[in-house]
Design a protein around this ligand. Sequence first.
Ligand code: FAD
Length: 637
Amino acid sequence: MTLDSKIPDGPIEKKWTNHRFNMKLVNPSNRRKYSVIVVGTGLAGASAAASLAELGYKVISLSYHESPRRAHSIAAQGGINAPKNYANDGDSVYRLFYDTLKGGDYRAREANVYRLAEVSGSIIDQCVAQGVPFARDYAGYLDMRSFGGAQVSRTFYARGQTGQQLLLGAYSALSRQIGAGTVKFFDRREMMELVVVDGMARGIICRNLRTGVIESYVADAVVLATGGYANTFYLSTMAKASNATAIWRAYKKGALFANPCFTQIHPTCIPVSGDYQSKLTLMSESLRNDGRIWVPKKSGDSRTPSQIPEDERDYYLERLYPSFGNLVPRDVASRRAKEICDKGLGVGKTKMAVYLDFADAIKRNGKHWIEEKYGNLFDMYHEITAEDPYADPMRIYPAVHYTMGGLWVDYNLMSTIPGLFVIGEANFSDHGANRLGASALMQGLADGYFILPYTLSDYLAKTKFSSLVTNHSEFEKANKSVAERVEKLLAINGKQPVNEIHKKLGRVLWDFVGMGRNEQGLKKALKLIPEIREEFWNDVKVVGESDTLSLELEKAGRIADFLELAELLTFDALDRKESCGGHFREECQTPEGEALRNDKKYAYASAWEFTGDGKKPKLNKEPLTFEYVKPSERSYK
Ligand SMILES: Cc1cc2nc3c(=O)[nH]c(=O)nc-3n(C[C@H](O)[C@H](O)[C@H](O)COP(=O)(O)OP(=O)(O)OC[C@H]3O[C@@H](n4cnc5c(N)ncnc54)[C@H](O)[C@@H]3O)c2cc1C
């Protein structure tokens, strides 16, 4: 398949402006004639649905949650980036563009990243206008802090609850449209299938999770804003219900899946404490503004942290990366923490943790200052560990957190299926091989508020639509296949709980496709994953019925998809014989243990094409060219 990224011509700083002018518009009085389905009400979905409805389109918005406000975005803690340069510390659109491209280890498209940096300032204005209570300094100006991979302060925040406050803003905008009747919101609906008619995305099939009824929805275009797939790994920092079903179903209907192996492992999470754990908790990256990471210099040191004197501590990030220190990007900090623990220098009961210490910041600014900035995060840590992080350092370890991969989209955020748009974490567009902190919220809201409304309008204006009803044969076929799949899951009636099988998959992925990957391990994973899948389809026990609420049934369907996606993720990791960002191939590293890219062979986005169940997917490549930022070895020293 030839991949046309549709990047507009012209200098990078003019591309989006010119493109916006060249795109077709839909006359305001004609907009109500078009309908759009938006799946998902996280920051990407809620902002898109509200903006499209505000323009005048008829919008159908759906979520498997009972309220749009329950979307995973609400968990986001640390902040959102924008190069406002209020701190006068040298920030600019170009610097954010540069940092993001470099942070992603030169595996993202220049034009997309530049546009992201360009529109991000408007997000802050939009959210302030909505009443989002961003932190302010004493004079009343918006406050900012720093995140990894940047030497400026460009992260706007609302304590450790930025996602929640931004989502409340987007939710108010959405609610206004629901009240006005321009958005019809359907709660507790899980999209299980995409319907493609005459080669165009024209609808979806959902299961009503309360009643089990399989429902069909028709529209002129479909937008997936369904979030990331990090839960494939079982343990992650994501909301427990986050899953890949919507994008996976679209992939199996012809949308290409890009860079599935680019998963992000976040360095500062509360360490795993036991086998019964089903979820991991993030300690926001913002904490690295003031917390210092260290381990004892001596392995097996059993003294409490306060008993270990300064000269017997190794502040290893500050030692290895003097210019970025504790604020190196996530992939770098995670790998170093793993390496330190693998050497036996880890702390705590399991020895799989390092310290994140606030003693200096408390001494410098006082406990109250820390409480004001990070109070809710400290409370959360205390609730989970029963330890007091004001008195003793936090213990942290890397955990799976975010997925840079997702459905392939062109510059217009359209997938390889005409009429299927993909936004937010569900697409692959802007972060390359490693996302910098505070840039996912930026991307989701840029897509929803400022990019999709233009590009989707252009598509609607240029396309002729046949009128469709839900008894069209494609809808009936898709509806039947969803019902059969539900019955098939319930009929297995084996012995293993759904979670147990998911846990097995997670262990294989963490061990062989996790922070360090090598050819032998990846090949082993490719042998083990189909075996676990086989076990699932023969021996899983799904309790509940098809016509009532059944959390086990919901989970089973999602895990069936993870079991397929895990294999694609591994194929992709095996293909990419280089290290870049979150993808660390142990065979490819510099003598200092840094990621060693191979730009000659791998400067492409991999875009995988479904070729049939049980068949190896086909790899398509979108070459990445760099006109403005020359790829170099990524150094944070
Ligand atoms: C703990 C944590 C903290 C974070 N902190 C930050 C931060 O400080 N800054 C930052 O930039 N990023 C942060 N991130 C990342 C960021 O939160 C996410 O990338 C972002 O919120 C994703 O938004 P989204 O709208 O794309 O998807 P989501 O918020 O995941 O929303 C997905 C939506 O799709 C719906 N959905 C999914 N599948 C289906 C289906 N099949 N049928 C129907 N509905 C469906 C869900 O119900 C939900 O409404 C954090 C992530 C985590 C895990």
